[in-house]
Design a binder for this molecule. Structure first.
Ligand code: NAG
Ligand code: NAG
Ligand code: NAG
Ligand code: NAG
Ligand code: NAG
Ligand code: NAG
Ligand code: NAG
Ligand code: NAG
Ligand code: NAG
Length: 509
């Protein structure tokens, strides 16, 4: 088990209305959380970063009243005996080496919270082949204190899924990040998230989002959706009837109890000029006396119909973090997928929001932008074209000189976790496949961006659908120690032997 608790941030609630002293139980602390795949000997461990497997167990083990989990799907227990599973055919000792026991520890910790009569709510997408809703159903089975629901966002948006990965324990401790409720996410997939402990103020806001999703699951989508002619993305698509993509006269009142209305702006959801920032003071433990200014933090959410008006959209969270870079500074972006379009709509939406922000800071701030994109067993082929077109900003930048020279630069690398092309069941139709790792593993799956001054950690892949039709949650902060720690995580990957540069057009060997 990994070294823990070396590095802590304290977010002391410093709202002006609170007295100067803060009760220790109300002390909000934040840690970065990682999963690193096995068999990556040349990847340095970053001190003070917690392990996802530990944090998930703590969230369940420490809960006394409530535990709310948003998951795309559940596979905490490995299924080496199920021929339909990507785990099929691996031996007990293989699974031991893969670290599969950690998944069952997490499962057991939720199971024992259920036995302690903790009030548990499990919200998921329909799950994945072959088990779908088995684990949350088993946990709920025969227990009045455990509730499980499936939310199909495709009924609300025509496509899209529940993709946020969020845990809320006792309305106080929170995980937000890239890790699925899957044993492989603990030891076979590279993940980044954040653990907030003792943060009831922040937990309450995330709970509002949870409650809105929970409410959607019990509503009849056929009554509450419309086909809108979306003037921002130039596509006809299904949206909730209160969406701002529908002209105001045709819009319904939102049935969500915690929906925030905004002034009448159309079409869609423009960036907020004044998104909510928490008045909390972040410092290290023990507190660094010379560094005590209050640094703002925020949450962002997708899709925008679920919580808007106060909190920024997830897309704005990403763009504003890219644009926060200082003159001559560096932006670091880590993602599994990168596409300048949609993946699941028909017709396809063209989406230049992020690439445009990247090119803008190359020109306007002479920024260096480093982007790490996953290359793995389920790589999307169109990615390469979008990345190369982004690299063309370098040519435009250096030839743009009218008065002052543009010194900005985009650099992009593919991240290849060793073994990425040997994943899948060990045996298929009675024949050995030669695979070395289970299906859907050996991938860099974290989703974050960090400039010199601001860090943003999310749950969404960088593809249109995740921002407009799929559920996602991010936490961001201007805390400088947090920013530096996240840069350290990125640099360890960027400088590892597991990356290869993406070639510009015309540079193929
Ligand atoms: C969580 O609690 C279980 C007992 O319910 C214990 O076996 C396990 O070690 C605990 N996990 C952690 C990380 O403390
Ligand atoms: C949760 O449990 C872990 C391990 O038992 C402990 O180290 C941690 O401080 C606890 N967190 C909270 C918020 O109580
Ligand atoms: C479980 O908790 C609920 C309230 O949350 C309570 O009504 C019920 O009596 C509890 N059950 C047991 C067995 O303690
Ligand atoms: C919830 O769990 C029950 C078993 O307790 C199962 O019958 C049901 O299908 C599950 N519902 C969803 C929506 O997953
Ligand atoms: C929206 O359009 C789809 C297909 O174009 C159709 O099947 C569906 O019934 C329409 N929904 C509404 C609410 O009009
Ligand atoms: C969307 O539907 C409207 C009529 O409902 C039609 O006039 C328009 O051409 C369609 N737009 C697209 C982009 O398909
Ligand atoms: C405390 O913060 C100051 C200013 O940010 C920094 O220069 C100093 O190195 C920090 N000290 C420690 C012990 O981290
Ligand atoms: C798998 O990837 C490695 C590293 O890029 C490469 O050397 C090897 O040829 C690949 N194997 C297959 C079967 O694609
Ligand atoms: C396995 O065998 C069945 C029946 O012989 C066949 O339909 C199926 O395509 C085979 N699957 C694979 C992955 O080869």
């Amino acid at each position: 088990m990994r070294r823990v608790l070396l590095y802590a941030f304290v977010l002391v609630l410093a709202s002006l209305s609170l007295p100067r002293f803060v009760d220790s139980s109300d002390r909000c602390k934040a840690w970065l959380v990682q999963s690193n795949p096995t068999d990556m000997p040349e990847l340095p461990l970053i001190p003070g970063v917690l392990s996802t497997g530990d944090v998930f167990q703590w969230l369940a083990n420490n809960s006394t009243r409530s535990l709310d989990i948003i998951a795309q799907y559940w596979q905490l227990l490995a299924s080496p005996k199920d021929p339909r599973s990507g785990d099929f055919g691996y031996s007990d000792s293989d699974l031991q080496q893969f670290g599969a026991h950690l998944g069952s520890l997490v499962y057991k910790s939720i199971d024992s919270a259920a036995n302690r009569n903790v009030s548990i709510r499990l919200l998921s997408h329909s799950g994945v082949y072959p088990e779908y809703t088995k684990e949350p159903s088993d946990l709920a089975n025969g227990r009045p204190n455990v509730k499980n629901v499936t939310l199909l966002l495709s009924k609300w948006y025509g496509s899209g899924i529940v993709h946020a990965k969020v845990w809320i324990s006792d309305d106080r401790d929170v995980y937000i990040g890239s890790a699925n409720n899957d044993w492989k996410s603990l030891t076979q997939v590279k993940e980044v998230g954040i653990y907030l402990s003792g943060c009831s103020q922040i937990a309450r806001k995330i709970k509002t989002y949870f409650d809105n999703l929970w409410r959607l699951a019990s509503l009849d989508s056929s009554v509450h959706t419309r086909n809108a002619s979306d003037q921002q993305w130039l596509i006809n698509r299904t949206v909730p009837c209160w969406s701002r993509f529908i002209p105001s006269k045709a819009r319904c009142k939102s049935p969500l109890p915690s929906y925030i209305e905004t002034p009448n702006v159309s079409p869609g959801y423009p960036p907020l000029s004044d998104p909510e920032m928490f008045n909390i003071d972040i410092g290290t433990l023990p507190r660094n006396r010379s560094c005590q200014e209050t640094q703002p933090s925020y949450l962002s959410f997708a899709p925008p119909e679920l919580l808007f008006g106060k909190h920024q959209s997830d897309e704005q969270g990403w763009i504003d973090t890219i644009k926060s870079v200082v003159e001559g500074g560096t932006v670091r972006i880590n993602t599994m997928d990168w596409l300048g379009q949609s993946q699941y709509t028909n017709p396809t939406v063209y989406w230049s929001s992020l690439s445009s922000a990247v090119s803008q800071v190359v020109f306007a701030k002479n920024a260096k932008v480093k982007i790490l994109v996953a290359y793995w067993g389920h790589f999307i082929p169109a990615t390469d074209g979008y990345l190369r077109s982004l690299l063309y900003s370098n040519v435009l930048c250096s030839s743009s000189s009218v008065q002052s020279k543009c010194f900005g630069q985009v650099e992009i690398r593919y991240y290849m976790v060793p073994g990425f092309n040997k994943t899948g069941p060990a045996v298929r139709n009675g024949t050995k496949t030669g695979n070395l790792y289970p299906g859907y593993t050996r991938v860099n799956h974290g989703k974050y961006v960090v400039s010199d001054v601001r860090a943003h950690i999310g749950t969404s892949n960088l593809v249109w659908d995740y921002f407009y039709a799929t559920s996602g949650v991010s936490f961001g902060t201007y805390n400088i120690e947090f920013v530096l720690k996240l840069q350290e995580i990125f640099d360890a990957d960027w400088n590892s032997p597991y990356v290869v540069p993406v070639q510009e057009f015309g540079q193929d060997v």
